[in-house]
Design a protein around this ligand. Structure first.
Ligand code: HEM
Length: 445
């Protein structure tokens, strides 16, 4: 023993008490305060004010310089946790899923069972493959243009047009696009894309989910509200039964099947919220200046088909720059061996997205808007850039989300020149801030 580590010498070197304390206060607690399942405005404001994303980069880089490349076990936490420090280890973890690196884990199960106890992400080994397959069939990962792209474009345009008209006809103050108005439109378009036009006005389903997600932020510290969850999942099941051709839910099996479609759809509705956040930030990028922004805006104004590569890349840049999943977690099912030692079974490996996405020492474009990285192979060649995760449990909507949002961005930009009116500093696309509080953004035509 080296006096600091609680691990025997053959295990990877661990943090000192002072390092653990610093990590907890400056990296892990601010991440939890933001809200893992539904973002908290106060947590977001705090994260921005304390520059916690910037600190994640400097603290983790310093730890890597001191301890080396291996994942770094944290001592004195009461839970086996290791911080991933080298980009190539991110790939190893995500490609080694679900064995020996499980995507589940007690915290995720605790959180997600509040509203989707049978979702793919928290499924046991045995039931995971068919639930995953159901998701892939519906969401079509690996296809830049989803098979129902025409239908998706139609739904998105209908909702966006209604918003543009309301904003343009409302006069000065009433004509502002703030987060609450934007997310209302986004919720409606998500319900349409998931179930079909009939669900556009079904706010109740979204409200029930929001109440459950508020509890889910507390993971297993709060008991599951079974009545509320039952009411929500029943409603989702009824909507799946009515799903229109061309909707995502129409591509699923029957609700009574082992895939538990209502739980998979519950995850979709939940995850469209992250898409809304990323889309609103993408809009902020598109109201700034610079040649890449101008090219994306030109695509919005001239392209009429379903293929909008620059707007899709804009969304991907939004989630690289400001990840909506701040930490990706894998839990080891057995002892694992690294360069200089081993790490115990049952360890939660944390991949802190900002550290890998925004380190200027690793990436020349760390703080810049550089949509080209998504089309010229640079992002793909960086194993640490994982806004949609990667591998067998990576996000199956990693192509659907940029596609859906590209249509929304086109419709909003097509409504006329949009300006930011929230009084925040204009975004400089070569030097972007480390966090962007979406609750505070406001736009106007
Ligand atoms: C900005 C939007 C989104 C981002 C950044 C995102 C990101 C992610 C990430 C990082 C994971 C993996 C978590 C892990 O590895 O532990 C994930 C999983 C998943 N996402 Fe997304 N997601 C988004 C939107 C969506 C949407 C809209 C859907 C559905 C329509 C969706 C469906 C799923 C599903 C089903 C899983 C679980 C996959 C599995 O366990 O096999 N996501 N997402």
């Amino acid at each position: 023993m080296n006096g600091r580590s609680v691990y025997p010498v053959t295990t990877c070197e661990a943090t000192s008490l002072a390092e653990t304390t610093r990590l907890l206060s400056s990296v892990l607690l601010p991440t939890v305060a933001r809200g893992a399942i539904v973002r908290r405005p106060v947590g977001e404001t705090l994260a921005a004010a304390t520059e916690s994303d910037r600190r994640i980069v400097s603290v983790l880089r310093e730890l890597r310089e001191r301890h080396g490349d291996d994942p770094l076990p944290l001592s004195y936490t009461g839970r086996r946790i290791a911080l991933v420090l080298a980009p190539e280890d991110v790939r190893r973890l995500l490609e080694g899923t679900p064995e020996p690196f499980s995507p589940g884990g007690a915290e995720k199960r605790g959180a997600l069972s509040h509203f989707q106890p049978h979702g793919a992400l928290v499924s046991e080994h045995r039931s995971r493959p068919e639930r995953r397959r159901a998701n892939e069939e519906a969401l079509a990962p690996g296809r830049l243009l989803h098979p129902d792209a025409d239908s998706i474009a139609g739904h998105v345009h209908a909702e966006a047009q209604a918003l543009v008209l309301a904003l343009r006809n409302a006069g000065s103050r009433g004509g502002e696009l703030d987060w609450s108005r934007f997310s209302e439109t986004f919720d409606a378009l998500a319900r349409r894309v998931v179930f079909g036009s009939f669900a556009a006005g079904d706010r109740r389903t979204t409200e029930l989910l929001r109440a459950l997600r508020g509890r889910a932020n507390w993971s297993y510290l709060l008991p599951v509200d079974r009545n509320l969850r039952g009411a929500f999942l029943d409603r989702v099941r009824e909507n799946i039964d009515r799903a229109e051709p061309g909707s995502l839910a129409a591509r699923l099996g029957r609700p009574e099947s082992a895939e538990r479609p209502e739980d998979q759809v519950a995850h979709w509705l939940f995850a469209f919220d992250a898409s809304a956040i990323a889309a609103f930030r993408a809009l902020a990028l598109l109201t700034s200046s610079g040649s890449a922004v101008e090219a994306a805006r030109a695509e919005a104004l001239t392209e009429e088909g379903t293929d909008l590569p620059l707007l899709r890349a804009t969304l991907r840049e939004s989630v690289r720059l400001w990840p909506t999943t701040p930490v990706v977690i894998r839990e080891s099912t057995r002892e694992t061996t690294w360069r200089n030692g081993t790490i115990e079974a049952g360890t939660a490996f944390l991949v802190m997205s900002s550290y890998f996405h925004r380190d200027p020492a690793q990436l020349s474009y760390a703080d810049a808007f550089e949509p080209g990285i998504w089309t010229d192979g640079r992002a793909e060649g960086e194993p640490g850039i994982v806004p949609f995760s990667h591998g067998p449990a990576g996000c199956p909507a990693s192509d659907l989300v940029p596609l859906t949002v590209s249509y929304l961005l086109r419709s909003l930009l097509g409504g006329g020149p949009l300006h930011r009116v929230d009084g925040g500093l204009p975004l400089h696309t070569r030097e972007l801030p480390d966090s962007l509080n979406h609750f505070g953004l406001r736009f106007s035509y």
